[in-house]
Design a protein around this ligand. Sequence first.
Ligand code: B12
Length: 128
Amino acid sequence: MVDQVTCSKGVNNRLVPVLPTADPGEITVDYTKRHAAGLPVLHPLNYSGGTTLLPAMRRAQEKQPEYFKFTEIITSWGPFITSIAGIEASNTARTYWQFLNGTLPIPVGVAEYQPSDGEHVVAKFTMY
Ligand code: B12
């Protein structure tokens, strides 16, 4: 049962519901490697039972919103991360948050990607 539904700004500023997911894994967020444009490193921990990256990110945000914050929109491919730590992707500046396993871009979105135990997922603010 869902007791709280938060909303984020979707395409054309429509509000889209962001449903909490049960039993997420744990991640810690390390901002020490962050450069001027922002480069958080997410350290997934305790991955089990089919948990993907997004529920763990939501859980980290719920626990410490002053430390880790992100926004997402729903697209035809699913949830797309539009900002981390207040740093927003921009179509005009052609910037986005890219997700990598070490140095390799992950092949699917954060809602589908399941890191392995101890994997360092890097969220890198970059250009396309
Ligand atoms: C252009 C593009 C991008 C651009 C979009 C920017 C823009 N304003 O155009 C950028 C470079 C930002 C991008 C990023 C990513 N992308 Co991309 N992208 C595409 C591409 C080539 C075309 C999408 C498009 O324009 N569709 C047409 C428009 C009209 O439809 P739309 O639904 O409105 O398009 C939006 C969504 O597609 C969204 N989007 C783009 N990529 C992704 C990925 C995910 C997971 C989600 C949820 C949304 C999303 O951005 C579009 C513009 O707003 C597709 C491949 C394809 N041919 O479809 C891959 C594709 C969708 N992307 C993919 C991936 C994996 C990613 C990343 C996760 C890569 C990464 N390692 O970080 C990131 C998203 C990270 C995040 N922040 O959540 C995969 C998804 C595979 C899957 N099964 O989930 C695809 C299919 C490419 C591939 N074959 O690997 N992408």
